[in-house]
Design a protein around this ligand. Structure first.
Ligand code: SF4
Length: 184
């Protein structure tokens, strides 16, 4: 049967990359990664009041090997930094990172020797979420914004190349605590 005869029944043209991107963006599995008070808001996002399950990602995985999303919720101490990186390295590709709250993004008010001044020093960050702490709705909004990135992610060797470039760019970027904004 030719395509002209099939056309009235309807057909859809797309690419494997688009289908895979759409599927991944709708079934993200976050790794359990609560570091400080922001983690309470992250946990609240999974409760019935905020119902993160509506978006298909209420199952926080206890093993990084089951997860593709790291939500760094809270300040990262220097003692904890190698652990965070180790967990990130154990997550299979492709993977994404949300830096939740000012402490994770820039050290926040903890400008001292004990706290990493931005988790982007140790892992590449895809979304920075401001606030102290950000509300659960803000976290859900950040996850929905991340979906747009996940959906347009390339596959295979293109993905590896894109991930390598993104990590290089993220690690070379100006640390957020050095960004002065209007104070420059
Ligand atoms: S941003 Fe605020 S709520 Fe989050 S870890 Fe820092 S102090 Fe705690």
């Amino acid at each position: 049967m030719g395509i002209e005869e099939k056309a009235p029944a309807g057909f859809l043209l797309t690419t494997i990359e688009k289908v895979a991107g759409w599927s991944r963006s709708r079934s993200q599995w976050p790794v359990t990664m609560g570091l400080a008070c922001c983690a309470i808001e992250m946990m609240a996002a999974g409760t019935p009041r905020f119902d993160m399950a509506r978006f298909g990602l209420e199952v926080f995985r206890a093993s990084p090997r089951h997860a593709d999303l790291m939500i760094v919720s809270g300040r990262v101490s220097h003692k904890m930094a190698p652990v965070v990186r180790n967990i990130y390295d154990q997550m299979p590709e492709p993977k994404w990172v949300i830096s939740m709250g000012v402490c994770a993004s820039s050290g926040g008010m903890f400008n001292n020797y004990a706290v990493v001044q931005g988790v982007d020093h140790i892992v590449p960050v895809d979304i920075y979420l401001p606030g102290c702490p950000p509300r659960p709705e803000m976290l859900i909004n950040a996850i929905l914004a991340l979906r747009e990135q996940v959906q347009s992610s390339p596959l295979g060797v293109n993905r590896e190349e894109a991930a390598r470039k993104a990590e290089e760019a993220a690690l070379a970027a100006t640390p957020t605590h050095q960004m002065k904004g209007l104070l420059a």
